[in-house]
Design a protein around this ligand. Structure first.
Ligand code: USQ
Length: 411
């Protein structure tokens, strides 16, 4: 299949690209390299030493004999170019990851909110619009988030995208309907993924676009089988307070002997998936496209559910590093329950990598190996969800450099 991976230079995009290329697909990476610019803006770098995209492509060709096309393009801003490129390259599938994916980054300031909304929503809409306008019948596989549902429960597992409801009629009767599960975003970033869902529903209904939306949990791990094939193919690993996700952060903190930074009581329950399973899920989704005219297919892309403080306790037990309970920079429920349906991927052959199997390898192969590259001052999460929360972060973390404050909000 001819597959375009939009955002193919990112944390999930790069291993996805290699995985699909290795399966024999003809793959093009489309990326504006914004993640590299954001590293420069934040003054951080990936824990793992990453090469340029051109070097990565050259190395892949050397290792696998397979060529990857590369288009340096901003799909959120260059609509006409995107349309022309689709006409020219004619993908049969598009994997869409061309979105700003960090919740804390999206909440840093009003500028970051505006950037995240305009980048993410325009990228999605430009893609759908250009597919229709160019007459490209490509299956769109979008990497969405579990965060569209929110993380609360009424005691029922979260279904895969759609909810059965009964509506009371004016005449006293009742009618059954299946609706998109209501959204409850916890950050501007998560909200953009909620808006994406509405765009998908519209374009599937109006134009018959074939779309799959993958509601992914928190991805942990670094390597996949393909990124391990050469040191220059290594995946990025974010540990900083904006882009580092919770379990990967705990692992690098443990390697540094830095107290594990639990927000609040750590009672937050979240869904997780290993990076190897993430790329496998995309492969499965591509092989199971909806038919023209079918509604958007939605999968919950998660393999395990854990509470943040339990993860911290697990890493602490493995390494002897202490746990620090810090003021929470986010506006989120201090404690929640989470139960998620995930039958579809397992039914289609996914064999999950569990924390039990992968955690130690990750600690030894990645965190301890590259610990010398860490800037400890980048570890604290300084992005406050509200002005009221910001002052509590001043005393937030040990081992910290000076905290800059702007307009009453920490940055
Ligand atoms: N947390 C800590 N300590 C830390 C970092 C995070 O206690 O040092 C807590 C947060 O307060 C939050 C939970 O851990 O309650 C998860 O935070 P996270 O940064 O690991 O994940 P999140 O911001 O939710 O976003 C990540 C990805 C995003 C993806 C999402 C899936 O960055 O792209 O969509 O996970 S989900 O969480 O299921 O919505």
């Amino acid at each position: 299949m001819r597959i375009a991976v939009l955002g193919g230079d990112g944390f999930v995009g790069w291993p996805t690209t290699l995985h699909l290329s290795n399966l024999g697909h003809d793959v093009a990476v489309v990326d504006n390299l914004s993640r590299r610019w954001i590293d420069a803006e934040l003054g951080v770098q990936s824990l793992t030493p990453m090469d340029s995209i051109q070097e990565r492509l050259r190395t892949w060709k050397e290792v696998s004999g397979r060529t990857l096309a590369f288009e340096h393009m901003d799909v959120a801003c260059e609509y006409e170019r995107l349309k022309a490129w689709l006409c020219d390259w004619r993908p049969e599938a598009v994997v869409h990851l061309a979105e700003q994916r960090a919740a804390p980054y999206s909440m840093k300031s009003d500028r970051h909110k505006t950037y995240t909304v305009s980048n993410n929503v325009n990228a999605t809409h430009n893609l759908l619009n250009a597919l229709v306008a160019s007459g490209t019948d490509a299956h769109v596989v979008h990497i969405g988030t579990m965060g569209v549902y929110g993380y609360s429960t009424v005691g029922a597992s979260i279904p895969e995208g759609y909810l059965n409801v009964e509506i009371a009629l004016d005449d006293g009767g009742k009618v059954a309907r299946e609706i998109l599960h209501p959204t409850d975003a916890g950050s501007i970033y998560h909200m953009t993924k909620c808006l994406d869902q509405l765009l998908f529903a519209f374009y599937a209904k109006n134009d018959g676009l074939r779309i799959t939306d993958l509601h992914q949990g928190i991805v942990w791990g670094t390597h996949t089988t393909q990124t391990r094939r050469h040191e220059q193919l290594v995946n990025r690993f974010d540990y900083d307070g904006d882009y580092g996700t919770v379990l990967n952060r705990f692992l690098i903190q443990a390697a540094l002997d830095h107290p594990l930074t639990v927000h609040g009581t750590g009672g937050q329950m979240r869904a997780f998936i290993h990076i190897q399973d993430s790329v496998r899920c995309t492969e499965i989704a591509l092989a199971n496209a909806p038919a023209t005219g079918e509604r958007t297919k939605i999968f919950n892309q998660v393999t395990e559910v854990h509470r943040v403080r339990d993860l911290a306790a697990l890493v602490s037990r493995l390494t002897g590093v202490e746990v620090a309970f810090l003021p929470n920079p986010r506006k989120e429920a201090p404690e929640n329950e989470l139960s998620v349906r995930r039958d579809q991927f397992v039914g289609l052959g996914l064999e999950p990598t569990t924390l039990k199997d992968g955690l130690l390898t990750e600690l030894v192969d990645v965190a301890r190996k590259f610990v010398h590259r860490v800037d400890r001052t980048r570890i604290p999460s300084r992005s406050a969800w509200t002005r009221e929360i910001a002052p509590s972060l001043v005393t937030n973390v040990e081992h910290d450099g000076p905290l800059r404050r702007r307009n009453g909000s920490a940055s």
